[in-house]
Design a protein around this ligand. Structure first.
Ligand code: ATP
Length: 223
């Protein structure tokens, strides 16, 4: 369970009376695939970063049950150390999450298919190699909830397909919290939805209702 209580978040340079998230309350109990819709700059990525524990609110509290393993954003590579090899980064992250280091290394090496690049410092590697390692690393650890900021499969068509198939396999035993503007993806992957409205979450019983509110917000009219 992740509980967000009275969360307010702003950034330097923003008017104090216009925070990105404002007195937001939410409970994610891990029983459903949650889709959160919001327009450009509405705070989707901010929300995901807060849920992941990668950033902190200005006020309010976020509590994660210790028995629920929450991922960092799927395929995020921002915390890789550029002077360390892919292998050592994987080892380090596995240790952080209390996962089996050797099992994670084996999984990422086989899944990413990057050959000897796995043992080179990441600063020498192409962005596609880093993305492959990042996606594979997200799958190597068994999370209970995957945080997804848009669906960002990487690489060529064959690799993208493999990423999606492997992620679908993981989702048999895990739930997602996804933020996106892509109505089609959210409809396909999520069972319950909310829309970010004025820095808060507007929840709906069905995904269709959430999509309606989002499309009304954007002024989309179906004819
Ligand atoms: N590190 C930061 N410093 C300053 N402003 C930021 C920072 N990160 C986000 N913002 C601002 O906060 C607001 C919300 O950003 P956020 O990225 O969370 O929105 P988003 O809904 O994910 O946007 P998009 O769909 O366009 O990616 C935007 O106005 C953005 O410019």
């Amino acid at each position: 369970m992740i509980t967000m209580s009275d969360i307010t978040k702003s950034y330097r340079g923003r008017p104090a009376d216009n925070p990105v998230l404002s007195h937001l309350n939410a409970v994610f109990d891990g029983s459903e695939d949650i889709g959160i819709l919001g327009g450009n700059g509405s705070g989707k990525s901010t929300l995901i970063r807060l849920l992941a524990g990668m950033d902190y609110p200005d006020s309010g509290e976020i509590i994660r049950s210790p028995d629920m393993r929450v991922s960092y954003p799927l395929s995020y590579s921002g915390f890789f150390h550029p002077h360390m090899s892919g292998r050592d980064n994987v080892r380090f992250i596995a240790r952080l999450y209390g996962a089996d280091e050797n099992e994670c290394i084996r999984f990422v090496r086989e899944f990413a298919e990057i050959g000897r690049s796995f043992d080179q410092p990441l600063s020498f590697c192409s962005s596609s190699v880093k993305s492959r390692i990042a996606f594979a690393m997200s799958l190597a650890i068994r999370f209970d909830i995957y945080l997804v900021d848009e669906v960002s499969a990487v690489g060529d068509v064959a690799f993208k397909r493999r990423c999606m198939a492997a992620f679908a396999e993981r989702r048999k035993h895990a739930k997602i919290i996804m933020v996106s503007q892509a109505v089609t993806t959210i409809r396909r992957m999520c069972t319950r939805g909310a829309v970010i409205v004025d820095g808060q979450l507007s929840w709906h019983e069905t995904m269709a209702d959430a999509i309606n509110e989002f499309e009304n917000q954007l002024g989309i009219i179906h004819v």
